[in-house]
Design a protein around this ligand. Structure first.
Ligand code: NDP
Ligand code: MG
Length: 336
């Protein structure tokens, strides 16, 4: 039954009423990473789900082959009781203006898997629209795979607007239907989810980790060491360490490494992430809170992604990728 983890409300399947969604017409917009997972899991939980995509969409055929009725976005929104927007964040505001808002039924439920557009005011739903979020804390393929295995990825859920008075029940039913109630559905709000999600991926998970690995690789190679050794030590082995932390926290990881590695861990960690790095992280957080990052990202999109494309080109050309490509050929078992 519902519980509490460090002050956060947690709900499980037994606390959720799937009947809040059964019989409702559900439209999932997008059939990508999250879209296919939400749609298939909900369908197998007994829900009436159709898919909305833009004309000419690459995912159209795949969704049809999975047994869904697929319609163009505006047509898929018409008559739907619940509309979950699972298209890229930067496309959502214009899609909302053009195809969703004009077709959205009065009193419908509008749902998101990330609070970005609501929190930064890029989408402003009408007063009669119920708004909630169910954000699985994992990529779509994991949401799907764990569901098929009988478990599920924990989800965050939040209610932003509740004119009908039962949006929480509908949100919990959604989270349970995609498998979240098998591990835990944790309560949050749009601000918390959006700002911590962006901060985590930028400062730590994607930005921080990649910069750390690449810089370590460069230091060794520039000092004359073999790029093969540099790659193994600074990039390849990251997964082995992360797996241990994932499994049992820092303590499990530190128990598994040598005393030499653990001693170096304590002595060197604060040297590479000194107080100034923490200051830089605070700056990153401020840009997220102010909406500066959101606007930077959206203007790059509006201009045709000049920055994003240039960064992709530069990253692909870095020596670390070439070395990694060669070394992975020695380990074909890595793929699948
Ligand atoms: P993807 O890029 O994987 O999928 C996008 C899907 O939307 C594709 O099927 C694409 O089809 C379709 N699409 C694109 N533009 C339109 C449009 N204008 N109208 C209709 N369909 C369109 O997205 P994600 O699943 O990564 O992200 C979706 C949401 O989920 C985002 O809000 C994201 O922040 C959130 N989220 C993502 C997570 C993840 O692991 N990826 C984790 C948690 C939340 P096509 O391009 O073929 O036309
Ligand atoms: Mg994220």
């Amino acid at each position: 039954m519902a519980g509490n983890i460090l002050g956060t409300q947690v709900f499980y399947d037994a606390d959720c009423n799937l009947q809040a969604l059964v019989g409702k017409k559900i439209t999932v917009l997008g059939y990508g990473s999250q879209g296919h997972a939400h749609a298939l899991n909900l369908k197998e939980s007994g829900m009436d789900v159709q898919i909305g995509l833009r004309e000419g969409s690459k995912s159209w055929k795949e969704a049809e082959e999975a047994g869904f009725v697929v319609k163009e976005t505006g047509d898929a929104v018409k008559g739907a009781d619940v509309v979950m927007i699972l298209i890229p964040d930067e496309l959502q505001a214009e899609t909302y203006e053009k195809s969703i808002a004009p077709n959205l039924k009065k009193g419908a439920y509008l749902a998101f898997a990330h609070g970005f557009n609501i929190h930064f005011g890029k989408i402003k739903p009408a007063a009669d629209v119920n708004v909630f979020m169910v954000a699985p804390k994992g990529p779509g393929h994991l949401v799907r795979r764990t569901f098929q295995e009988g478990s599920g990825v924990p989800c965050l859920y939040a209610v932003y607007a509740d004119p009908s008075g039962d949006t929480k029940e509908v949100a919990l039913a959604w989270a349970s239907g995609v498998g979240g109630g098998r591990s835990g559905i944790l309560e949050t709000d749009f601000r918390q989810e959006t700002e911590t999600d962006l901060f985590g991926e930028q400062a730590v998970l994607c930005g921080g980790v990649c910069a750390l690995m690449q810089t370590g690789f460069e230091v060794l190679v520039e000092a004359g060491y073999n790029p093969v050794n540099a790659y193994f030590e600074c990039v390849h082995e990251m997964k082995l360490i992360i797996d241990l932390i994932y499994e049992g926290g820092f303590e499990t990881m530190r128990k598994s490494i040598s005393n030499t590695a653990e001693f170096g861990d304590y002595i060197t960690g604060p040297k590479v992430i000194p107080a100034s790095a923490k200051e830089a992280m605070r700056g990153v957080l401020k840009d997220i809170q102010d909406g500066k990052f959101a606007d930077q990202f959206l203007s790059d999109y509006a201009a045709g992604y000049p920055y994003l494309n240039e960064q992709r080109k530069q990253s692909a050309a870095h020596q670390v990728e070439e070395v990694g490509g060669e070394l992975r050929k020695l380990m074909p078992w890595i793929k699948k």
